[in-house]
Design a protein around this ligand. Structure first.
Ligand code: TUI
Length: 308
């Protein structure tokens, strides 16, 4: 499927991997890019030396374009913004903030910039400051989320901007991609489906939780901290949600319990104190496949439906 996104990024399929902190390292990113999509290395809050190494390893594993996701709340965001320029990264996606202050330097370096936006207002601001595309991310996504749904947000962003729009949140198969295209999107960003890929390096317990999850095994925690986060409904996530609801956990105590919780999920598979960030579509993800199979299946499925 050729769209303005495949043209912009020089990839075969308009499928972008989500920039999942702690999850999206070079093995996953290179596999998605080699599959014809755009793989991403997630900056998260990782040290710059680690990210430089991940970028170098990714370059060894693929000649295809790949990108870097910058989590703008990270204390290392400034350094990573510069590292992407120094390393000649071709594609940047951003999340959890407004990347306006970096835009001029990135454009000067010829980087394609695609900020994640949770609202029409931010999409318009991003277009004005020179974004090449925007990723309209619905609240179905895993991790840190906005309020609006993919179904409602995507067509409104499509109507509001001229640049191409990538849909994100709740998309894990050809039907989801076709639906996004019917709403006017020209690409999709996919996270949760890639959690259950052969190349994804997360702890086996995390993959197992994704595969076993039903439609109701998903919960949003931390709304009262200002950083709502969608997770798999583990005992730990339920404990956080109850503490929040019943007022037995202050926002400060909540923050304390969740410091390092993503690492505990991804690296240790710790269900007692880890946060397994995951999208609401996990109930539909039931097996582990290679990234090549996943990308091809989603693209071919969508293409078939859109030609009907
Ligand atoms: O960023 C994500 N998902 C994430 S980031 C993350 S790590 C984290 N840890 C602790 C607190 C926060 C994050 C885990 N998952 N998705 C993209 C996304 N961006 N979702 C929502 C936003 C967003 C929110 C507000 C983007 C821009 C924004 O702008 C506010 C403004 O400045 O106008």
């Amino acid at each position: 499927m050729k769209t303005r996104i495949t043209e912009l990024l020089g990839c075969e399929y308009p499928i972008i991997q989500g920039g999942m902190a702690w999850v999206a390292e070079h093995t996953l990113a290179s596999a998605v890019s080699n599959a014809g999509g755009i793989g991403l290395i997630a900056g998260g809050s990782a040290p710059i030396d680690y990210l430089r190494e991940q970028i170098h390893l990714c370059k060894e594993k693929t000649n295809k374009p790949f990108g870097v996701n910058i989590m703008l709340m990270s204390p290392n965001a400034d350094d990573l913004a510069q590292l992407c320029i120094d390393e000649n990264i071709r594609v940047i996606t951003t999340g959890a903030g407004n990347p306006g202050k970096y835009m001029a330097a990135w454009k000067e370096a010829g980087i394609k910039v695609m900020p994640v936006v949770p609202s029409v207002a931010l999409a318009k601001r991003m277009e004005k400051s020179g974004a090449d595309a925007v990723i309209a991310e619905g609240t179905e996504s895993g991790g840190h989320i906005g309020e609006n749904t993919t179904m409602c947000l995507v067509p409104q962003v499509v109507d509001a901007v001229e640049i191409p729009v990538i849909a994100a949140g709740g998309i894990a198969d050809g039907r989801g991609m076709a639906a996004a295209f019917m709403l006017g999107a020209e690409g999709v960003q996919i996270g949760t489906r890639f959690l259950a890929s052969e190349e994804c390096q997360i702890h086996p317990t995390f993959k197992e939780l994704v595969i076993k999850a039903k439609d109701t095994d998903n919960i949003v925690t931390g709304r009262y901290t200002g950083h709502p986060c969608r997770n798999i409904k583990t005992k730990f996530a339920k404990k956080l949600a109850t503490g929040e609801k019943e007022g037995t956990l202050s926002p400060e105590e909540f923050e304390q319990l969740t410091v390092g919780a993503l690492r505990r999920a991804v690296v240790d598979g710790d269900v007692e104190s880890g946060s397994f960030l995951c999208g609401a579509i996990s109930g539909m993800v039931n097996d582990i496949k290679s990234c090549a199979e996943i990308v091809k299946e989603i693209n071919d499925g969508a293409e078939k439906l859109l030609k009907l």
